[in-house]
Design a protein around this ligand. Structure first.
Ligand code: SAH
Ligand code: SF4
Length: 368
């Protein structure tokens, strides 16, 4: 096929993929029948094969397990809310960072995902939303609020969090590529605002600094889990390389460059990192900075010796952080009844305000 025609056809395929979320040749009726299959096979190879799907919250939360071309498995989760739809994506098959409380970390790293494999997870989510709203136009508003009227559920993915399997900043190039595909306007991308994308990192300082230089407006979440190096060295082994102070310095520089509040992720683990003095220390470290604490009741992995904090302890932890004038929420732990979302974690990004997320015990189900 001539180069000019290839470029023209590639643009048509890109419209099918990013605006209509299809990679099936039979749906591409604007392409000559003779070339449909060959072209789609060449330019849109099947990247993800559904291995398993689970739903809960009345279909509001859907967890998908995908098999990649080489047999590697990854998960993504679609979470519907009245005013938004959040997709949690994996950036790696497995993870090499070895955090002992995390199911993905225990399995080690299989491999990095390509940009296309990351993007395909969201396109698959868009396809599901389309199937759920057969009458809805795929190009309808991403999220809509109507004054006093109840919010209209968006028919498209409105938020994306890199909180599935893997450490996004350890797969920098592919993740950046995915950020661009998510945020570029149709037909070169999905047209989702960068402000609605969250990159969550364990604290790879040079990569945070590199991200700062990109001049993007994506939200940065830092998985801190402890305010002191002694506990963090154990909970987040990469802390032996980059200490709490260095990680927070890099985070504040990111906040200064982007004007965006840093999300500090903190999995509360009974008697490990939930002591009142640690709440005070965390409050002191964050006070006066552009930060918000997201407490996550630990979702114990099978066989784990650790469990979530007692509700009273969690409440005191929240209160002490808030007493330092630092914003703090406890995450709504969606999808725990479907073996946890994202390999280890079922949660929303914004969380609910202060208070335990659920009745004690409901977040203690084993993970997949
Ligand atoms: N690797 C990145 C992003 C994926 S993990 C990171 O660590 O930030 C997404 C979030 O889930 C992180 O904040 C991580 O610490 C948290 N997490 C992992 N395992 C968990 C568990 N068992 N219970 C609660 N949160 C967990
Ligand atoms: Fe990797 Fe994040 Fe799990 Fe740590 S918490 S092992 S960085 S996925």
């Amino acid at each position: 096929m001539a180069l000019g025609e290839r470029a023209f056809r590639a643009d048509q395929l890109s419209r099918h993929y990013f605006a209509r979320y299809t990679d099936s040749p039979e749906d591409m009726t604007d392409l000559p029948a003779g070339v449909r299959t060959a072209l789609a096979g060449e330019l849109l190879p099947r990247l993800l094969t559904s291995e398993r799907e689970q739903a809960c919250d009345n279909g509001g939360t859907r967890k998908m397990l995908w098999r990649l071309h080489d047999g590697a498995l990854v998960e993504s989760v679609l979470m519907k809310y009245p005013d938004r739809v959040t997709m949690c994506v994996s950036s790696q098959a497995g993870c090499g960072m070895g955090c002992p409380f995390c199911a993905t970390g225990q399995a080690g790293l299989t491999r990095n995902l390509s940009t296309a494999e990351i993007v395909a997870q969201v396109v698959a989510g868009e396809r599901i939303l389309q199937a759920d709203n057969p009458g809805g136009s795929p190009t309808s508003t991403r999220s809509s609020h109507g004054g006093a009227r109840p919010p209209i559920p968006p028919r498209r993915v409105s938020n994306i969090v890199f909180m599935g399997m893997g450490e996004p900043l350890a797969n920098y190039k592919s993740v950046l590529g995915a950020v661009r595909r998510f945020s570029d306007p149709v037909p070169s991308g999905l047209g989702i605002s960068q402000r609605s994308l969250t990159v969550s990192t364990v604290g790879l300082v040079p990569a945070i600094r590199r991200l700062t230089e990109e001049k993007l407006t994506v939200r940065l979440a830092v998985s801190l889990h402890a305010p002191d190096d002694e506990a963090r060295d154990e909970l987040v082994p990469v802390n032996r390389r980059w200490k709490v102070a260095e990680v927070l310095d890099a985070a504040w520089d990111y906040a200064a460059a982007t004007g965006r509040r840093i999300s500090i992720e903190y999995a509360l683990i009974r008697d490990i990192n939930d002591q009142p003095w640690r709440a005070d220390l965390l409050g002191q470290l964050l006070a006066g900075h552009l930060a918000h604490v997201n407490l996550i009741p630990l979702n114990p992995t099978p066989g784990s010796k650790w469990t979530a904090s007692r509700p009273g302890v969690q409440e005191e932890f929240v209160r002490r952080i808030a007493d330092h004038g630092v914003a703090v929420t406890v995450r709504d732990t969606r999808g725990r009844e479907i073996d946890g979302a994202c390999g280890q974690l079922a949660a929303t990004v914004t969380g609910r305000s202060v208070g335990p997320a659920r009745r004690p015990g409901t977040h203690l189900l084993p993970l997949a």
